[in-house]
Design a binder for this molecule. Structure first.
Ligand code: NAP
Length: 518
């Protein structure tokens, strides 16, 4: 019988007495862990964050919090082989695990750097200069940030059990706000293993982080205006949480990162022998197969000039037919499994919905022959490419197949592609792959409002580009509309999401006495 995951609340490990939900290995179907939060004292978790974790973190200066994050990241880095092993059960290959595990640790290091280099040596973050508002110069105002006094409840999706936790936790620690981490049940065993090391490392003060494996129960009932809910997951769950009284009536701060039909646009200048053409095909293939396409930033819509559609299809087919699907424990496998059989069924359903509007050109969602694995027990699916020639169809702009699935959509002009991009109703990321400065400028400026991040990929940056699908700690992650309307990451600004911005008004000397002369 696999282990029941323990939660960590109010300074103690808690193992529920019930049978819980069994979670299976994505590739073999063998049980990995049992998850439950039955009987967990959610009130105690919130109280502990407010009464113990908050004061302890607020007692540290920004550089001290940054140093704690650095020590934490170094500790996790020294333990990461154990995480890689567990990560295989999520269906991840070693390359996929690196994105989650090394990506999470690197993000923690990055926020340590933000705290050390970009934040003041003290407890107060002053924002901008003082503004004189009285004619005689005796009355002024200045903004400053202080940490919120509540708990930062972090609800994460299944696809990034390590990065998802650390990318929220690191800026919260730096802000001086305690975290309550709630991983998705399906991959909670990996989050729990990393979390145990966070506690064992002793790098963060008691109460700075707590963990709830399983459902949140009535926890949201205890939240109010000094608390933050940072959510990542599906739009449907986001809507439920956003509609809770904690948010609607008591103004708990709410941030959502949800699903997104991201696009990549191949420029009309990029003929099939151009460098940009090769970059585009490589990027689409990569985004389709990394984490078996279970990335919120994956390229779901590939916009291609009508004249080169056949060339793009054939180049993509060449790349994707070389992909070896199977048990990620096998050395020859280049794409692992989806996280669960239920998720595979969801993706099959989404491909079926897409194929009402588009033709499947590469792969078959119902058939795959995985290496070293039983296709009945493991959640395998082949990479799928569809082609949608009917630009009036809504499906490619509405249906998210959260797996190795992308749809090619031909376009005729810049106006056309700008309109198509907007039909995703708001995305985390878009990319423009072109070396034509006029096309790039035109498309970027007209699509920016629909995107949290835009990548211009061309021969000049390709060697160093971090790629379409990689959120960077220095840059905004989030997007309008369907993407959730939230914002994470982005350096110091990410830290301020866990703080209150206050305008202090009074005489210049009173302001200077409170905030210092900085
Ligand atoms: P999900 O089913 O919405 O679950 C997300 C989280 O919400 C899980 O921790 C889940 O816990 C929790 N949850 C479920 N019902 C809840 C409720 N009533 N109250 C509070 N929490 C609740 O999403 P998922 O299947 O894990 O993730 C896949 C989706 O996430 C995809 O659509 C993907 O696009 C999106 N995603 C977005 C980003 C981003 O950064 N924008 C990143 C990754 C994934 P349980 O697991 O215990 O049910």
């Amino acid at each position: 019988m696999p282990e029941m995951l323990a939660s960590y609340v109010a300074g103690r490990w808690y193992t529920p007495p019930d049978g819980g939900v069994a979670v299976a290995d994505a590739a073999t179907g063998d049980p990995v862990a049992v998850v439950s939060s039955a009987g967990l004292d959610t009130r105690a978790a919130v109280d502990h964050a407010r009464a113990v974790g908050g004061p302890a973190l607020r007692g540290l200066t920004f550089p001290e919090r940054a140093a704690a994050l650095k020590a934490l990241a170094a500790h996790l880095d020294s333990r990461k082989e154990a995480y890689y092993e567990l990560s295989t059960s999520t269906g991840a290959t070693r390359r996929d695990s690196a994105v989650d595990i090394d990506g999470g640790i690197a993000t923690t290091f990055a926020f340590s750097g933000v705290g050390k280099r970009e934040m003041p040596d003290g407890h107060l973050l002053v924002d901008g200069d003082a503004v004189i508002m009285g004619k005689e110069g005796t009355f002024a105002g200045r903004h400053f940030y202080t940490p919120l006094r509540g708990a930062a409840v972090q609800i994460n999706a299944f696809n990034f059990p390590v990065w998802g936790m650390l990318e929220k936790l690191a800026p919260a620690v730096l802000a001086g706000m305690p975290s309550i981490v709630k991983p998705a049940t399906q991959t909670a065993y990996l989050t729990a293993a990393v979390f145990r090391d966070i506690i064992d490392s002793g790098t963060l003060p008691e109460g700075a982080v707590q963990l709830i494996c399983g459902g949140l129960g009535d926890l949201l009932d205890h939240l109010s205006g000094q608390d933050v809910i940072a959510f990542t997951g599906s739009a449907g769950t986001a809507a439920k949480v956003r509609g809770h009284d904690a948010v609607i009536k008591r103004s708990a701060r709410f941030n959502a990162e949800t699903d997104s039909l991201n696009c990549s646009i191949l420029g009309p200048d990029a003929g099939s022998d151009s460098e940009e053409f090769g970059l585009f095909v490589k990027e689409v293939a990569l985004e389709t197969t990394v984490k078996a396409g279970q990335k919120c930033t994956a390229i779901r819509r590939a916009f291609v000039p009508a004249a080169v559609v056949d060339d793009v299809v054939s180049a993509l087919r060449g790349r994707l037919e070389r992909v070896v699907v199977g048990n990620p424990r096998s050395d020859t496998v280049t794409m692992g499994a989806l996280v669960s059989l239920a998720q595979r069924d969801e993706v099959r359903g989404a491909v079926s919905a897409l194929s009402r509007a588009a033709e499947v050109l590469v792969g078959d969602a119902e058939r795959v022959d995985p290496v070293d694995a039983d296709p009945q027990r493991g959640a395998f699916i082949a990479p799928i490419v569809l082609l949608c020639n009917d630009v009036d169809r809504a499906e490619p702009h509405e249906v998210e197949a959260f797996g190795p699935v992308t749809t090619i959509i031909p376009y005729a002009s810049a106006d056309d592609v700008v309109d198509l991009a907007a039909r995703g109703s708001g995305s985390l990321v878009g990319s423009v792959v072109s070396h034509d400065p006029d096309f790039v400028r035109d498309v970027v400026l007209r699509t920016a409002a629909h995107h949290g991040r835009l990548l211009v990929l061309d021969r000049d940056c390709a060697a160093e580009s971090t790629g379409h699908g990689t959120p960077m700690p220095q840059m905004v992650h989030g997007g309008p509309g369907r993407a959730g309307g939230g914002e994470e990451l982005g350096g110091v600004r990410a830290v301020t999401h866990f703080m209150q911005r206050t305008a202090l008004q009074g005489s210049p000397s009173a302001i200077a006495r409170v905030l210092g002369a900085a």
